[in-house]
Write a protein that binds this ligand. Structure first.
Ligand code: G3I
Length: 450
């Protein structure tokens, strides 16, 4: 019952969703200075995996909302998350992501309907007929709930074995239903939501090899027999043991030539610096060279929440700073405003801030010494400006570790040698003032930084 209520309310919001998408499109036409807008300029989406549990973190949400035009729930649409006990569907976490995405005009990829992993324990013991019924009910339950709201579904995930032979992976579905379970899942999915693109998704299929050949043969067979399949997802988890293959573009193209779209679905590349950036460039260029490569998704927003966090494989570091790989991707997408470009919101300096606090460090009958401590905010700064307003009678006789200019009794102080501060670091300047009959404290105004 709750599922039906939810479905109705989701449909009722469709008009608002369309309006939000139009707003996003209008924005992207103005300035290709984010991943999503630059990709839109190439007719592609640029997405990320998202975890519902991080949406409340302001920097996470801000980076997500600013940069990406598509989201894939990282775990929240998987079988164990959505149907933990048979016939009892739970969409709370997945809905949170979908609602967030829609409020930002982002598309949603559905991941994933039939997969051997993250299966609840009730699935594996089922007999063949029961498993078939449960598989189709699961597809119908998920796709029905999100009908019309998901641009592409990973209908079947990772059904082929690694290694040389290109055989099917052992799973409850494969072992009990045989090779036909993939076809059955796709046919059920088409009926459940005819508007969604239906994808087969796998890893280690990025170059031409026995595994990708086996997937290729399956897609070719599906197309020749009219089994509904629209796209193939290439996960693209890369590292030094599994580098970006030299025939990546060729492999994407040969699948596209079968008459399906191709999508890069879970991209991450372990590494850092210019080498990582160069590998990201290769991936983006390969997608852009294949007209049916409709979009790319990186497998997370920030290195700190990556499933391979130790390998720092993503575009933003743990503090949400843009990495060289970010600039490389943006540039490969034809965008501007990457690291170092004027106005880039992720550059050190653009979010520069500081605070100024005053203390009296010495005091005598006719005068005092004051100290103003300048502390950089969350980003490094290269300069700061602080204002100090003195009581009218007072006058400053000397000032150190800063350069003052005067306007009446307002002293504006800039650095002498101490403008550059790391994020959170402090410096100070001091001065000697004559009281001239007033012992009142000066007032320190707003600190500004660049
Ligand atoms: O949410 C629980 C938490 O309550 C518990 O305390 C904690 C203890 O281990 O586990 C948490 O769940 C983890 C979940 O991620 C959420 O963080 C699971 O243990 C962990 O196994 C799960 O890993 C996910 C993995 O799929 C599972 O197979 C990764 O986040 C996710 O990135 C990864 O994604 C897969 C794609 O779906 C398919 N392709 C490969 C890709 C990378 O492995």
């Amino acid at each position: 019952m709750s599922m039906i209520v939810r479905r109705l309310s989701r449909a009722a919001t469709a008009g608002l969703v369309a309006a939000a998408a139009l707003t996003a499109a209008a924005h992207s036409a103005e300035a290709a200075d984010t991943l999503g807008s630059a990709a839109a300029g190439q007719g592609r989406y640029f997405g990320t995996a998202v975890a519902a549990s991080h949406l409340g973190e302001s920097d996470y949400a801000a980076t997500l909302d600013r940069e990406f035009s598509s989201v894939t729930p990282e775990n929240e649409m998987k079988w164990d998350a959505t149907e933990p006990s048979r016939g009892s569907f739970t969409f709370t976490s997945a809905d949170r992501i979908v609602d967030h995405a829609q409020s930002q005009g982002m598309d949603v990829r559905g991941h994933t309907l039939v997969w051997h992993s993250q299966l609840p324990s009730w699935v594996s013991p089922l007999g063949a007929q029961d498993l078939r019924t449960a598989m189709n009910a699961h597809i119908n339950g998920l796709m029905g709930h999100y009908k019309g709201e998901i641009h592409s579904w990973d209908v079947v995930n990772e059904a082929f074995q690694d290694g040389g032979s290109g055989t099917r992976r052992s799973s409850p579905f494969q072992d009990k239903l045989g090779d036909g379970f993939i076809e059955e899942a796709f046919r059920t999915a088409r009926a459940a939501d005819p508007a969604a693109k239906l994808c087969y998704n796998d890893y280690n299929t990025d170059g031409v090899n026995a595994k990708s050949n086996a997937v290729y043969d399956m897609v070719k067979d599906f197309k020749s027999r009219g089994v509904p399949i629209d796209c193939v997802g290439f996960q693209s988890h890369f590292n030094s043991n599994s580098p970006v293959p030299s025939d990546y573009r060729h492999n994407l193209q040969r699948f596209a030539d079968l008459g399906v779209d191709v999508q890069i679905t879970e991209l991450d590349i372990e590494g850092s610096g210019s080498a990582q950036a160069a590998d990201y460039t290769k991936v983006v260029e390969a997608c852009l060279a294949v007209s049916r490569c409709t979009g790319m998704t990186v497998w997370g927003v920030t290195d700190k929440y990556s499933w391979r966090s130790g390998g720092t494989p993503l575009l933003f570091d743990g503090d949400y700073n843009e990495k060289p790989a970010y600039g490389a991707v943006l540039s490969a997408l034809g965008g501007s405003g990457g690291p170092g470009d004027p106005g880039d919101p992720g550059d050190p300096g653009d979010g520069a801030s500081c605070t100024a606090t005053y203390t009296r460090t010495a005091d005598w009958s006719s005068g005092y010494n004051g100290q103003v401590t300048i502390t950089a905010g969350a980003e490094p700064i290269s300069s700061w400006t602080a204002t100090v307003t003195l009581p009218a009678q007072q006058s400053v006789s000397s000032l150190w570790n800063g350069t003052p200019t005067w306007s009446g009794n307002v002293m504006t102080v800039r650095p002498s040698w101490n403008g550059t501060l790391a994020a959170g670091a402090s410096t100070s300047f001091g001065f000697t003032a004559a009281k001239n009959g007033s012992d009142a404290a000066p007032t320190v105004g707003t600190c500004t930084a660049s």
